[in-house]
Design a protein around this ligand. Sequence first.
Ligand SMILES: [Zn+2]
Length: 158
Amino acid sequence: MEPKFIVDNNVGKLAKWLRIMGYDTLFFREKDDGEMIKAALSENRVILTKDSHIMRRRLVTSGRLKAIHIEGDDPKGQLRQVVDTLDLDCRLRPFSLCLECNRGLLERGKDEVHDLVPPYVFKTQSQYMECPSCHRIYWQGTHWKAMSEELEKLMLEK
Ligand SMILES: [Zn+2]
């Protein structure tokens, strides 16, 4: 089973990249560490944080709870650290999760998105995905290509 994550406020950009790769990642927005630890334990999630207090918690030092102390401030470097530490697969299921809600995307036919995407997109794209939660429509446009290239680079550097 591939790891699932819970990402602390102070390394929020990591959540987006892990979701792009297809890793189930919760973004923890509240201040209470205890709540984050509870969520991590109950759903068996790896904590990603810059907070060294969490790393000193007994649950973490005893190994019951897995946590990675993120170094550095550059999101790419942070992602590199997580990918290397857990030997993650950047090609796991790219673009299968909503970047906003972490929900699995559903395939949509061209006729279903006609009124939901800009006309130039409709003309040039044939494959679409929809988030069942926020109903955002995704397609393989230029933004998607740029992110794919970033992931490929990450894999090559491994
Ligand atoms: Zn969504």
